[in-house]
Design a protein around this ligand. Structure first.
Ligand SMILES: [Zn+2]
Ligand SMILES: [Zn+2]
Length: 376
């Protein structure tokens, strides 16, 4: 059996203060940071920590003094084990002069395939704060609502803290029990090759006790599926498949962790007049033969309502005219795109004989060759 007093080089009647002092001195000396690649130092460092872990705690020290390091006689119920991840509790990181202490802890224990208490998720067991999950939601928008933005109420289903157990996940009426894996010590002895070392009990996360039965209302999760009505604002200018993030409205976190976000993917319906090209808009404007030839002022729809659009005289079919700033706002730059109006000439009906004669008259009076370009 290991002698923790011998490992720390202190007498059996050393005070907690003396033990801590001895521990700090030795931890600094055998710190893996200062002894890279030295397996003996590494082993020593582990033993020092193991010894300190037991002797710094008056209750554990008493148990150790009575039964030794591996006695199954852990602290009785209610005695309270060390806190989660308490391996290096009490070590003053700053006075050690090493800022990488935490990293080394991760490296040493992470590389040995140790089941780490922190990541082990037992329902209702001790664990660190965990952030809530992001949730995804799809929203159908009309073309105009996407272009102009909208504030609306949506109904979402997300996990919120359970009222029955106050988010703890444990049935308040049930009792705690001593962890059978470690006998309540919170630590277990592990063999890794030739090395033997103590580590946090993966079954109870180092607390030495197993919490009571999982809460029946939430199954131990600490959260229950809740339907909420949320007021959300979709900014002007969103496009099909744009994502809008509503902070903190996803699932609630666990153990005080932050809530996840609600991510809304918008689906934008097509418009009967406007087509979208980035933040520009396009539309086709049918005009009469006379309007195209003579020019005209025509009422057209825009995002802000109807506007008077000027067709210049002699406008050809297929010509694209630009209305600056009448497109969709870009939510990032706060600048508007443009509206492109494509002219389409609709010929007059020629059922009437008089119409046909008048058109021929125009050809006679002002003959022109529209295909000059093709012969060059
Ligand atoms: Zn609950
Ligand atoms: Zn245990």
């Amino acid at each position: 059996m290991k002698d923790y007093y011998e490992i720390l080089g202190v007498g059996r009647n050393a005070s907690i203060n003396d033990i801590k002092k001895a521990y700090r001195k030795l931890a600094r000396k055998y710190h893996p940071d200062l002894n890279p690649g030295d397996k003996t130092a590494e082993q020593r460092f582990k033993e020092i920590n193991e010894a300190h872990e037991t002797l710094k705690d008056p209750e554990k020290k008493k148990q150790y003094d009575l039964y030794g390091s591996l006695g199954a006689h852990g602290p009785g119920p209610g005695a309270g084990g060390p806190g989660r991840g308490g391996d290096f509790e009490g070590f003053d990181f700053n006075s050690s002069g090493s800022s990488t202490f935490g990293d080394i802890f991760e490296t040493i224990f992470g590389n040995m395939g140790e089941p780490r208490a922190r990541s082990g998720r037992r329902p209702g067991g001790r664990r660190g704060p965990e952030p809530g999950e992001d949730l995804h939601y799809s929203m159908n928008l009309s073309f105009m609502d996407a272009a102009n933005g909208i504030e609306t109420t949506i109904q979402v289903s997300h996990r919120q803290p359970c009222a029955a157990c106050k988010g703890k996940g444990i049935d308040a009426a049930s009792k705690q029990s001593t962890c059978p894996a470690c006998g309540g010590r919170g630590r277990v002895q592990k063999q890794s090759g030739f090395m033997k070392f103590g580590s946090v009990c993966p079954n109870c996360g180092g607390s030495g006790v197993l919490p009571g039965a999982p809460c029946r209302a939430c199954g131990g999760d600490g959260r229950v599926e809740t339907t909420s009505r949320l007021r959300v604002r979709i900014p002007a200018g969103v496009d099909n498949d744009s994502k809008v993030r509503i902070a903190g409205k996803g699932n609630a976190g666990r153990d005080g962790g932050p809530a996840g976000d609600l991510i809304i993917t918008v689906r934008v319906a097509p418009h009967k007049v406007f087509r979208r090209s980035g933040h520009d808009l396009e539309m086709t404007l049918p005009v009469t033969y006379a309007e195209a030839a003579l020019g005209a002022k025509i009422e057209i729809p825009t995002l802000e309502g109807s506007a008077l659009f000027k067709v210049p005289p002699g406008t050809a079919c297929g010509q694209r005219l630009r209305l600056k700033g009448k497109g969709i706002i870009n939510p990032k730059t706060r600048e508007n795109g443009d509206l492109y109006v494509e002219i389409r000439i609709v010929p007059p009906s020629t059922k009437d004989l008089k119409v046909r004669e008048l058109l021929k008259e125009i050809e006679r009076v002002a003959p022109y060759d529209p295909r000059e370009e093709l012969r060059r």
